[in-house]
Design a protein around this ligand. Sequence first.
Ligand code: PHE
Length: 334
Amino acid sequence: EQLKKEIEAMVAQSADEVEQLRIKYLSKKGEVSKLFAEFRNVPAEQKREVGQAINTLRDFAQERLDVLRSGVQEQKDSSVGVDLTLPGESMKLGTRHPLSIVRNEILDIFKRLGFVVSEGPEIEDDWHVFSALNFPEEHPARDMQDTFFIQRNPDVLLRTHTSSVQVHDMEEMEPPIRTVTPGRVFRNEAISARAHCMFHQIEGLYIDENVSFADLKQTLLYFAQELFGEGTKIRMRPSYFPFTEPSAEMDVSCSICGGEGCNVCKYTGWLEILGCGMVDPNALESSGIDSRKYTGFAFGMGIERIAMLKYGINDLRLYFENDVRFLNQFKSAH
Ligand code: PHE
């Protein structure tokens, strides 16, 4: 009777405790088993009655343990160490890459002017990267030193600029054409703080009747002031590209010192940010555009360089190393 009360009162918080109770009552040396051992001493006329009582007690203990065991299991299933009063874990939000932020900003400015975004392949043929753009046969940019060739004759190569996309656009579209072409480009250069074997460009193209250098200048002035701030000044210096004539390089007044002179602009007050010019009639004709009817301008810039100026980044390699300590500093939903 005493044992029965005990067994009835058994409680257990864990599977371990259930096991302890099993050992205590039902194992070979357990309390119930002891009763079986004492059974020998029971007078013969009582054996039947006592035997039944012990069997009932054993079954009862077994049942109780089963109930306890499933109780413990249920508890475990419904709350594996969960404290529902704790505040939830907040999700870690990623950040946009600085190059993506600046690329989107630049594209947005040109989209507001009516340009459409156009993209093309990174692996190209000689025609789209060089020949259609009026590069002479012996031009050094075609050289192995600059260009990554995948295959020779016919040439398969990594584009060295996104002007190749402009060739596709001119081949496929009818003027007026207004495109901006963001993309990754590749040049065989030793990797350092100031040079990398790949970088990102955005180039622009506008072809229509009566497009003039004044249109180019005004477009780029608007762009510079949108990107670097209202007071930004621009200046054009004569330059050379095979696919534009005349050609220029454009500087903006230094956004860091405002033209006073600092070590970012090397005390000149000016920063070079892009190349541009009027599309050479040869380049128009190569892509099937009538150069007597249409004129156009083009420009191209490196995104890494502009992001460096905007954020004061001094080493190109930081862009491609995926160090979250660097990447986390750029917060933008854009
Ligand atoms: N494609 C030139 C470069 O990669 C940039 C450029 C584009 C210059 C358009 C003039 C006009 O250096």
